[in-house]
Ligand binder design. Sequence first.
Ligand code: NAI
Length: 630
Amino acid sequence: MTKNKHFIIDFDSTFIQVEALEELARISLRNNPDKKNILKEIKRITDMGIEMKMSFSESLSKRIRLLNANRSHIELLHKRLKNKVSVSISRNKEFFRNFREHIYIVSGGFKEIILPITREYELPDANVFANTFLFDEEDNIVGFDENNVMAQADGKTRLLKQLNFSGDIYVIGDGYTDYQIREAGLANKFYAFTENIERTSILDKADHIAPSFDEFLFLNKLPMAISYPKNRINVLLLENIHQAAIERFKQEGYNIVTLPSGLEGEELIKRIEHVSVLGIRSKTHISEEILKHANRLISIGVFCIGTDQITLPECSKKGIAVFNAPFSNTRSVVELALGEIIMLMRNVFEKSTNLHRGHWDKSSLGNHEIRGKRLGIVGYGKIGSQLSVLAESIGMEVYYYDIFEKLAMGNAKKCNSLPELLKKVDVISVHVDGRESNRHLFSDPYFRAMKHGTIFINLSRGSVVDTSALVKYIKNGKIKGAAIDVFEEEPVSNQGDFSSDLQNLPNVILTPHVGGSTVEAQKNIAEFVSHKIIEYINTGDSIFSVNFPNLQLPEFTDSHRLIHIHENIPGMLAQINGVLAHYDININGQYLQTNKEIGYVITDISKTWDSSLIRDLKKIPGTIKFRILY
Ligand code: NAI
C-alpha cells in the first residue's frame, strides 16, 4: 500500500522540538558574557531565514559566525537532542523503523547534527539530505559547503526535482520552505506540523494542520502507537475553569476551547455536538434534551463539588462518565471552621462591629481560649475528620458522631448518639451531607439538649438546620455564638438579594456559602478533575466517577484494552467473551462492574486482533459505547 509513497520530514522544530543551531549556540556560548544578546540575534536570523525574509545561505553564514562552535560542542549537542525528539515522533519510533525506506529527512540544518539522531530511528543515512559544516584544522566550524543543494535558497524544491520520485509525496514540516515543495507541485500534500511551534505564515496554506505526528498517521491510515490522535479530542471548558486544568489538558495534546461564561439552550447544543470532553461548574445545566446532541461526549468534568446541575442517569445511559472533585476544598472548609471557632470564643466579631460603631469595650468577660474546650463534630466524613485532626492539634478535646462506624482520628472520642454529643461539648460543628433525612436535623429538641452557651457552626447544608429554632436559641442565650455559611434559601446568583432572620444578631458570623471557596481549592479542583478525565480516557479507570461503576484498573502493558459500556442487562459478559472466543483471543485480564443503569467491562487482550473483532463487539445488542486503547 505504501510502496510508492515518500514521506518528506523536516528536522528542526519538526523531527526535534527545537532549532538545533540555537541549541548549539547555547552550548558554544555558555561562557560568553554576551550570550543572551547573541542567542537573541541567532533566533532572529533563524526566523528570518524560515520566513524567507533573508536569503537562506546568508542566514546560515551569519549564524555560523555568531556560533563560534567546534566539534566538541556538536558532541554535547547530540546528548541534548536525543531527549528533544518531538514527543509524537518518539512515540511512533516503530513507524520509523517499519517505513524507513519511505522516509526522507530534508533539512536546511546539518548532517553532522542530524545523523546521530536519525540513526537511532534506524533511518538510512542516504535518506537524510542536509548541509555539511566546514571545519578548520582545530575542529572549529568555519563555514559550510556552499555547493550542497541544501545551501541554496530553494534547496528543498531543487532537491525534490533532482530526486524525481515517482508515486505520492507527502511533506511534513513547520516552515515555509517545506510548504514550497508543495507550492512547486512536487508533493501531493503539505502538513503544517504545529506540535512545537505554530508559524502562522503556513497554516492557511497547508493541506492539513498536524498538531502531532499521530494526526499525520491517522489521516493517512498508517499504523500509530496510540489508538487515536489526542489533538482530535475536543475539550470545551466553560465558566472560567482554573488555568491548571487548561494546562493539564494542553500538555496531553487535546484541542481546547475555553469560554468565560456558562452556556445554555441552542448555543450549548450547537457546541456539544463536536465535543469529547466538557468542563462545567455550577451554572451550566446538562439536561436530557442537551444530552441528546452529545453523541461524541466521553466525559463531563464538574469543576466543583455538587452535581445537581447534571442529569446523571441520562449521562450513564449515553456512556458519559462524570467526574467531580469531592475532596478538593475539604481543607478550605476546615480552616474556616477552625478560624470561626476562635473568633466566636473570643467574641471578636461582636467586638469588631462595636468598635466600627465607635464603642470601646476592652473587657475579657466571656472571652475564652479554645485550648481544652470540647468540640463536637457531627458528620465525621472528609471534612469532619480533617477538622478533628487540626482542632486536636491546637488543643481541643474532640468528640464526634456519625451515623456510620468511623475510625477515630488521633484521640477523638466517638459518641454513640447525637444527644450524647450535644450535652458534652462546648462547640458544635456540623458536617453532615444533604440527604433528605437530614432535613431540619437541628431543630427545637436538639437545640434544647445543648449546653447553655454553646457555639454552633454550620458549614454543611442550609437544609440541615431549622433557622427559626436556631434564631430562638441564639436570642435566649443558649447559643452563645454561631457561624453560618449555608442557608435554607440562598440567592441563585452573585447579585441576588439575601435576607434571613439570622441577620443583625450579635456574635453571629454570616458568610455567603464560601466555606470551600479559596484560590487553592479552585486549583485543587482543576488538577483533580482534569487528571481523572485524562486517566479515564487513557486507561478506562473510572474510580471517583459519580455515575459510572467505579473500576480501578492496573496498567496495561503488552496488551490492548477493550472498553465496553453497555446497558445493564443479563448475559452481556457472556456475549463479549463469546465474541472473543470466536476469534480465539487470549484474555490477559478482565474487570467488570455494574450499577443500576450500565455495565462496564474492561478486557485486556494480546496485541494481535482482527478488525472484524471490533465490529462484532460493537454489534452486541445493548452496547452503548466501545473503545479500544493501545
Ligand atoms: P462526606 O460525605 O465525606 O461526609 C458526610 C458525613 O456525614 C458522612 O460520614 C456521613 O455518614 C455523615 N452523616 C450523614 N448524615 C448524618 C447524620 N444525620 N448524623 C451524623 N452523621 C451523618 O462529606 P464532606 O465532604 O465531609 O462534606 C460535608 C458537608 O459539607 C456536605 O454537606 C457538603 O455539601 C458540605 N460542604 C460545604 C462547603 C461550603 O462551601 N460550605 C464546601 C464543601 C462541602
